[in-house]
Design a protein around this ligand. Structure first.
Ligand code: ZN
Ligand code: ZN
Length: 202
């Protein structure tokens, strides 16, 4: 088992980070830091997603109550219910499982960046209390995705001609071909936009 794996100790009834093993015993560390404890190998199993999430929430809440600043040497904890956090945490788990240290670091950097942007900084630096509110992000079916091309040809300034929003990439290409035929312009910036909504689960 990899150090840092979150496991559930059935005797202590809590989730801990696996540290290491000696004989029939393993050392576990509370999520978010604190005093390690010893558990029996036979009594631990890999924590479920729910257990990991609620342990993460508890740690965040404890830390924000204590007003401690986030420890930059500790890996960031995903904010429960946030799909982006969870995705990066899964990526980090996979990297750990593959012993890919630099990919683990990358995932941590991305997770910190994302948390600074979307969750108002390192979760514990403010005094925010996170609640467990799971959302799913889905494409908004009531609004069509938009494809668009914008002509950026021209020596001094962009030509600026635009296809306008189109419902399919094919129409954008058709417009580009026409525009190139008429103007000999060759370079375009293309963009795609869609709408997404967050749906509360449960
Ligand atoms: Zn997030
Ligand atoms: Zn043009």
């Amino acid at each position: 088992m990899e150090p840092g794996t979150l496991v559930y100790d059935q005797r202590a009834r809590r989730v801990g980070e696996y540290q290491d093993r000696s004989g029939p015993h393993v050392m576990l560390r509370p999520v978010g830091g604190g005093r390690e404890w010893q558990a029996d190998v036979a009594e631990i199993r890999v924590a479920t997603l729910d257990e990991r999430l609620s342990a993460g929430v508890r740690a965040l809440n404890e830390r924000s109550r204590e007003g401690l600043s986030a420890d930059p040497t500790r890996p960031p904890v995903p904010v429960p219910g946030c799909a982006a956090c969870e995705e990066l945490a899964v990526r980090r788990d996979r990297a750990r499982a593959a012993f890919d240290g630099s990919a683990v670091t990358d995932a941590n950097v991305l997770l910190r960046q994302h948390q600074r942007k979307e969750h108002g900084g390192e979760p514990a630096s403010g005094r925010r209390v996170f609640r467990y509110v799971p959302y799913t992000i889905v494409q908004d079916a009531s609004a069509l995705p938009e494809y668009q091309a914008y002509c950026v040809s021209g020596a001094d300034a962009d030509c600026g001609a635009s296809s306008g929003p189109c419902p399919s990439p094919g129409e954008v290409e058709e417009w580009q071909r026409r525009h190139t035929q008429e103007t000999r312009h060759l370079r375009y910036r293309r963009s795609f936009a869609d709408y997404a909504v967050l749906e509360r689960q449960g």
